[in-house]
Design a protein around this ligand. Structure first.
Ligand code: OOG
Ligand code: MG
Length: 256
C-alpha cells in the first residue's frame, strides 16, 4: 500500500471525524520520514480544496505529555486556516474525543530556516508572543498511537485559538510563566513554560531544525504553537475551560 493511499484514508477520517485503527497495526515498516510524507500528502488535500497553511505546531515537547502518550520525542504538524477559532468557542460537532491544552504561540515577522538556529535568531525573527489553547483530537481509537501514527495524523491537530492580546517577546520570562487551567471553575492542570523543552524558545528552534530537514521554513506572518504546557484535558458539552496565563490574562473557552 502506498503512502498516498494511507494519506487518503487518514484524510477521510479527519474530515468525517471517524475513529481509525492505528496505521502501524496494518502497514509494516513505516518510518518517521514516511509518516511526515503522509502528513504532507493529507495537508495537500486540504490546500487543494482552498485551505491555507498559516503556521506550524510542535507537539510532545513536555515530559508529562510524552509520558501520558508513551512517545518520547517531539513532533510537529501543520496549522491550517480552517483550524483556527476566531472566537473562544468550540463546537463538538466534527470532533471525536477532543482535549484542550494551554500553549504559547509565537508570531513571526521574518523567515527562519536552517539547521543551526539559536535563541538569538528566534528573538530577532519574532514579532510577538500570545497565549493560546490548542484542541487536539487524535483520529485513533482511544487516543492511542505510536510516534509514526501520530505524525501521520498531523500530530492530532484539530482546532486552536490564539488570544486577542499580543505581547512583546521581551516582556515575560516564558520559562517562568505560570499557567492554571480550570474546567467549570475547578483547577484541572497547572504548569509553567519551562515544561516546554526547558523554554518555549527551544521549541521554535527545534521546529525550524525539523522543518529544514524537509526543505521548509517558518515564513513571515506565520504562527507557531510551541506545545502543551500541561497535559491535555478532555472537553464535554457545556464545559467552560478557563486558562490563566500569569500576567498575560485569561482565555475562556466555551464548549457546545
Ligand atoms: C499529540 C499532539 C501533542 C502537544 O502540544 O503536545 C500536542 C497528542 O498528544 O495527541 O499537540
Ligand atoms: Mg499542542
Amino acid at each position: 500500500m502506498g503512502l498516498r493511499a494511507i494519506a487518503d484514508e487518514i484524510y477521510q477520517h479527519q474530515i468525517t471525524a471517524q475513529e481509525l485503527d492505528k496505521i502501524t497495526l496494518r502497514y509494516d515498516g513505516l518510518t518517521v520520514d514516511d509518516a511526515y510524507a503522509i502528513q504532507q500528502l493529507t495537508i495537500q488535500k486540504y490546500t487543494n480544496q482552498g485551505d491555507r497553511l498559516i503556521g506550524w505546531k510542535m507537539g510532545l515537547t513536555s515530559k508529562a505529555k510524552q509520558q501520558s502518550v508513551g512517545v518520547d520525542e517531539a513532533i510537529f504538524g501543520h496549522l491550517l486556516e480552517s483550524m483556527e477559532l476566531t472566537n473562544p468557542e468550540i463546537s463538538l460537532k466534527g470532533l471525536i474525543h477532543p482535549r484542550v491544552e494551554p500553549e504559547i504561540a509565537f508570531v513571526f515577522k521574518h523567515r527562519l530556516e536552517g539547521t543551526h538556529i539559536t535563541a538569538r535568531d528566534v528573538w530577532l525573527a519574532t514579532e510577538c508572543v500570545m497565549p493560546a489553547v490548542e484542541v487536539i483530537d487524535s483520529r485513533y481509537k482511544n487516543f492511542s498511537f505510536t510516534l509514526v501514527d501520530v505524525i501521520a495524523d498531523n500530530a492530532s491537530s484539530a482546532k486552536f485559538y490564539v488570544a486577542d492580546q499580543a505581547f512583546s517577546p521581551y516582556q515575560f520570562q516564558l520559562d517562568k510563566l505560570g499557567v492554571v487551567m480550570c474546567r467549570n471553575g475547578e483547577v484541572a492542570q497547572t504548569g509553567a513554560g519551562a515544561a516546554v523543552l526547558g523554554h518555549p524558545v527551544r521549541s521554535i528552534i527545534e521546529q525550524v531544525h525539523m522543518l529544514s530537514r524537509i526543505g521548509k521554513a517558518i515564513e513571515p506572518g506565520m504562527v507557531v504553537l510551541t506545545g502543551g504546557i500541561t497535559e491535555a484535558i478532555y472537553i464535554y458539552d457545556q464545559d467552560t475551560i478557563s486558562v490563566e496565563f500569569e500576567g498575560m490574562g485569561d482565555i475562556e473557552l466555551s464548549v457546545h
